[in-house]
Design a protein. Structure first.
Length: 226
């Protein structure tokens, strides 16, 4: 079908064409008014108590520290199922525009888990910077208090208490908007293409039905040529 034939079909079915163009215009308006998404992330590192033999708690990652981090993760998430995507994919990359995640990084593959770091990766997204900051602060506070409460309940001596440290100390809030012009161009092309395809398909279907009706007995009379 040539471009000229498509244009003639669009004009012949101009009511349907207008419906498609109005829908496309509405989609363009939504894309133009889109304000993007705010996000932030931080790591909560679990530190072993300093001793004479191991004065640097940053290098004292043990199975116990990792287990504590995993236990705190479960409590803070309160039974929320973790996504199948690995932790190195951001929430924005997963398409989560208003939510959070608290995850113990898993270096394993598809068939097995491998937890090597005693830390929790905290990510948050939201519609405004204030929402993101408040949500991140709440989660960091919950991780810290949960870690302390678990050890207090187990009567862990102060000299053996696991500490937590947030890195970076002042997490940045990022505003991701993407390319508005690319989004508008893609929406316009998609809207026009779908409109043209739908109108042409409808016109061809109507033509086939009309031809089938003419072939039936008692169908519309055909003109008699001299």
């Amino acid at each position: 079908m040539t471009v000229d034939e498509v244009l003639r079909t669009l004009w012949r079915r101009r009511v349907l064409s207008m419906v498609g163009l109005v829908t496309t215009a509405a989609a363009l308006t939504l894309v133009w008014s889109h304000q993007g998404v705010y996000s932030s992330q931080a790591n909560v590192v679990f530190l072993a108590p300093s001793t004479v033999e191991k004065p640097n708690s940053l290098v004292s990652t043990t199975t116990g520290l990792i287990s504590m981090a995993g236990y705190v993760e479960r409590i803070v998430n309160a039974g929320v199922e973790k996504p199948a995507t690995t932790s190195n994919v951001t929430l924005v990359g997963r398409g989560v525009r208003d939510g959070y995640s608290v995850e113990l990084p898993d270096a394993g593959g598809q068939w097995s888990h491998n937890f090597e770091q005693a830390l929790l990766n905290v990510q948050v997204t939201g519609p405004t910077e204030n929402v993101v900051r408040a949500r991140l602060s709440r989660l960091l506070r919950s991780i810290r208090t949960t870690t302390q409460d678990l050890q207090t309940a187990a009567h862990v001596p102060a000299s053996r208490t696991i500490q937590t440290e947030v890195t970076p100390a002042a997490p940045r809030v990022i505003h991701a908007t993407g390319s508005r012009m690319r989004a508008l161009a893609a929406t316009l092309l998609l809207g026009v293409g779908l409109t043209a395809g739908a109108v042409v398909s409808f016109d061809q279907l109507a033509a086939r039905r009309r031809q089938a009706a003419e072939r039936l007995p008692g169908g519309p009379a055909r003109p008699v040529l001299p």
